[in-house]
Design a protein around this ligand. Structure first.
Ligand code: ADP
Length: 446
């Protein structure tokens, strides 16, 4: 069948030898048939006609790879990736070509780029080979060895900030603030008192709840409150560590924070790290979790001066090992703000803005279930409308209650969707009443 196709295509090409789609088609069939010399010839013909033809370059690289001429394939693919950095196929093939040539660091770099461009992308071969390698030390601990430099340290230090907000910039959340004060701030400020009473310190607080309700904002404000540094570690950093030289990077991250105490170390979407997902339990994923837990426990180092907070929208995905004493043993629900909270948030948001005698209470009553982020979006919308009319008059007109109410009317609270799934976990996976707060919020339980 394929032979017949080849014959027919060659026949057709006799009549139109410069027909690029026909040539590509023929080359692809030859490649599948492992007629590598002939495939190479056809791809080269295309490139003479169209020197930038991406498909021909990819095909030719693939042909070279099959001919075990990996280094030639790499030259073509590197050029392709340089010209079209978003070309996923080229990067994927380049990563595999490097791997086959034994250049693991380069393979890893390309795969990492791919994952940066498309975090949902996965390739089984690269996943298993690169991660397996990461699980067993690939390199000695020689600092000159930059084969595996994932910019880890650099990024970590870039991420250290000194927030200029404090608890007074966070509206409502009084219970959570109190909890942080007691469990996190005081032990750092008065370690000797805790010691005198033989009270253990250490461990962190895990904040959970619908998105946009101020978890990150409050963590940042905690740092400002005690004039400490703030280091936020997000899912992407974690993913980088997962596929990279994971354990070492994670250790260095903690060390970076320890060297800069007092410092709030904030893990955003911590469920991604402590996921009860089977893939994270394997090989380097499991290693990384264990490493994280021993860093939290302060097994090999002193965590004094570290204020550890984490946030998640999906606490049910968190590995239970994270909740043991001395780790995230306080789990605090951050609900959408109540009326008083919404008033406080709006006052903060509208501070220093031109406003006209706003009836905060009236707006708060119309914004049931709104998150802090929703209120902020409503305010932005009101300001935009005001700007439009101000352009006409040339005067910065003050924002009124009516403007805010109009904006609010166009919105729906973003927290509802979260409660849709949270309700089920709270009802059916509520081990030892962990999620009772959700049930209370939903008035299912008193
Ligand atoms: P989360 O981490 O819970 O998803 P964020 O802390 O990122 O939510 O909140 C998003 C934005 O909404 C914040 O940057 C802040 O501007 C605003 N916001 C949310 N909650 C509050 C609050 N309680 N007080 C003041 N601003 C808030």
């Amino acid at each position: 069948m394929a032979d017949n196709d080849i014959k027919n295509l060659r026949e057709a090409l006799k009549h139109s030898p410069d027909n690029v789609p026909l040539l590509l088609h023929l080359a692809a069939i030859l490649l599948v048939q492992s007629k590598l010399q002939e495939a190479e010839k056809e791809y080269k013909k295309v490139l003479r006609l169209e020197p930038q033809n991406t498909l021909a370059k990819l095909g030719l690289a693939k042909t070279y790879l099959q001919k075990k001429e990996g280094s030639t394939a790499i030259i073509i693919l590197e050029e392709l990736v340089r010209v079209t950095p978003q070309n996923r196929d080229a990067r994927l093939m380049l990563s595999k070509a490097f791997l086959r040539e034994g250049s693991v660091a380069e393979a890893q770099e390309q795969y990492e780029q791919l994952l940066k461009q498309d975090p949902d992308f996965r390739d089984d071969e690269l996943d298993s080979r690169l991660r397996q390698r990461a699980a067993t030390p690939l390199f000695d601990d020689d600092d000159d060895d930059d084969d595996f430099d994932f910019d880890g340290e650099e990024e970590i230090f870039r991420e250290m900030e000194k927030p200029d907000i404090t608890f007074s910039d966070v509206g409502g959340m009084e219970d959570v603030k109190r909890e942080i004060e007691l469990k996190i701030i005081r032990p750092v400020q008065h370690p000797e008192l805790y010691e005198a009473y033989g009270k253990k310190t250490g461990g962190g607080i895990l904040l959970y709840g619908p998105p946009g309700c101020g978890k990150t904002h409050l963590a940042r404000a905690t740092a400002g409150e005690v004039n400490a540094g703030f280091m936020s570690v997000g899912i992407n950093d974690i993913l980088d560590m997962w596929i990279g030289s994971s354990e070492r990077n994670l250790h260095e991250l903690f060390e970076g924070a320890r060297a800069n105490t007092p410092c709030v170390l904030f893990f955003d979407e911590v469920d991604a790290l402590g996921a009860s997902r089977s893939d994270m339990r394997q090989s380097s994923g499991r290693h990384l979790i264990n490493q994280f837990l021993s860093e939290l426990d302060g097994v090999d180092a002193d965590n004094e001066g570290l204020l550890i907070l984490a946030a998640t929208n999906a606490p049910w995905h968190l590995d239970p090992a994270f909740r043991r004493p001395g780790r995230f043993d306080r789990i605090v629900f951050v609900p959408p703000p109540d009326v008083a909270g919404r008033i406080a948030i709006m006052k903060i948001l509208l501070q220093k803005k031109p406003v006209d005698n706003i009836d905060y209470e009236a707006i708060a009553r119309k914004t049931e279930e709104f998150s802090g982020a929703d209120l902020r979006a409503a305010m932005d919308m009101a300001i935009e409308e005001k700007l439009q009319s101000s352009f006409k008059t040339g005067i910065a007109e003050p924002i009124t209650t009516k403007d805010m109410l109009q904006a609010v009317k166009k919105m729906r609270p973003s927290t509802q969707e979260w409660f849709g799934s949270a309700r089920n976990y709270a009802l059916y996976a509520n081990d030892s009443g962990l999620y009772d707060d959700i049930l209370r919020y939903l008035k299912i339980k008193k």
